[in-house]
Design a protein. Structure first.
Length: 231
């Protein structure tokens, strides 16, 4: 009985560890992640440093943005800037996208203004979640052309859906958009007012794959805690 009680306590602790997570930037690699300060703008409490960060090529004609969210429903804003300090001059790359269904979410064809090609810059990912506004950034080299999407990098959780929504909390972010964005970037406006029935640019992709859902979260995040209790 004591052993069962201890196991239950460990299981609860592992689940608490999961619930403390907000979202993870899987690709491109982020400049840093700390769950406790992810609500700090503009990059989740981290400073962009091109001399130290993992700088990735990002194709202006369309490239992959892969994320993992712990929230059953949350809204994303994807933006970019040529300000290497990430302190302003942001361009919204799409209207706000509401994800329904937790875990993996991928935008396989995120485009930025063609004028960005040949410059270093920052991709900013903002999530409007039940526990507040959360931020992460990736330091990138903007390059010409379009990327080849692979399933190993870009996949969506089974049952995940996405649609454009109006989200005042995201559209009112300081320096959230630039009026100089090229029309090739999809939609770039100072507010996300598209109809909730609209589709993101990846709507033709299959939003789903055979995944483990919540079990995957337990396996990846909570397994160490739980297995320690079994020993």
């Amino acid at each position: 009985m004591v052993k069962l009680t201890a196991l239950a306590g460990c299981l609860f602790a592992s689940l608490i560890g999961q619930s403390a997570s907000h979202f993870l930037l899987l690709y491109p690699p982020g400049v840093g992640f700390d769950d406790s300060i992810e609500g700090t703008a503009p990059c989740g409490g981290f400073t962009v440093d091109f001399s130290k960060d993992n700088v990735t090529d990002f194709h202006v004609g369309g490239d992959v943005l892969a994320l993992k969210s712990i929230h059953p429903q949350a809204t994303w804003l994807f933006r970019a800037t040529l300000d290497q300090t990430a302190s302003g001059n942001w361009t919204n790359l799409l209207p706000a996208i509401q994800q329904t269904g937790l875990n993996n979410f991928c935008e396989p064809n995120l485009q930025v203004p063609v004028s960005f090609a040949g410059s270093k810059g920052v991709l900013g990912i903002v999530q409007d979640a039940p526990d507040g506004i959360l931020y992460q950034c990736a330091a990138v080299n903007f390059v010409a052309g379009a990327a080849t999407v692979t399933q190993s990098v870009c996949s969506n959780e089974t049952g995940t859906t996405a649609s454009f929504v109006a989200d005042p909390s995201l559209s009112n972010l300081p320096s959230a958009a630039s009026s100089t964005a090229s029309s090739t970037s999809g939609t770039s406006t100072s507010s996300s007012t598209s109809s909730s029935t609209a589709k993101p640019s990846s709507a033709n992709a299959v939003y789903g794959y055979t995944g483990l859902g919540m079990l995957a979260w337990f396996t990846v995040i909570g397994s160490a805690t739980f297995l320690a209790c079994l020993l």
